[in-house]
Design a protein around this ligand. Structure first.
Ligand code: 5GP
Ligand code: ZN
Length: 110
């Protein structure tokens, strides 16, 4: 298996897990861009949002909402991001949603 995030799901590579259920795993980003930076991924591999099953997106979003609340971000807000493809800045080709919070976000992103 040569997918980094599939290897994290399999436990072959350690991660700081913050949430797990039947469909998704969430863990802290190794290079955090905000005080809270969590990656939410489907346990079933999809290369990107372009080949995601609709249920994956629902499960990922519902998990992100729960994690955001657990991390104390619900009141002040947070950002959910799915980078896709080369110009979208996707570096890992296993679908993932970034949950960023704990500081004020800029718009538009760089
Ligand atoms: P992308 O740039 O594809 O949207 O996001 C990939 C994210 O995965 C990056 O924010 C990067 O820091 C994170 N990342 C890359 N390798 C690892 C790893 O081995 N462990 C963890 N926890 N995060 C990783
Ligand atoms: Zn994968």
């Amino acid at each position: 298996m040569n997918c980094l995030f599939c290897r994290i799901i399999a436990g072959e590579i350690p991660s700081a897990k913050v949430y797990e259920d039947e469909y998704v795993l969430a863990f802290r980003d190794i290079d955090p861009q905000a005080p809270v930076h969590v990656l939410v991924i489907p346990k079933k591999h999809a290369d990107s949002v372009l080949d995601a099953e609709p249920e994956m997106l629902v499960r990922m979003t519902e998990a992100a909402k729960k994690i955001a609340s657990d991390e104390g971000l619900a009141e002040k807000g947070f950002r959910l991001v799915i980078n896709t493809g080369e110009e979208g800045g996707q570096s890992v080709k296993h679908l993932h949603m970034h949950l960023l919070g704990g500081r004020s976000m800029q718009w538009p992103p760089g």
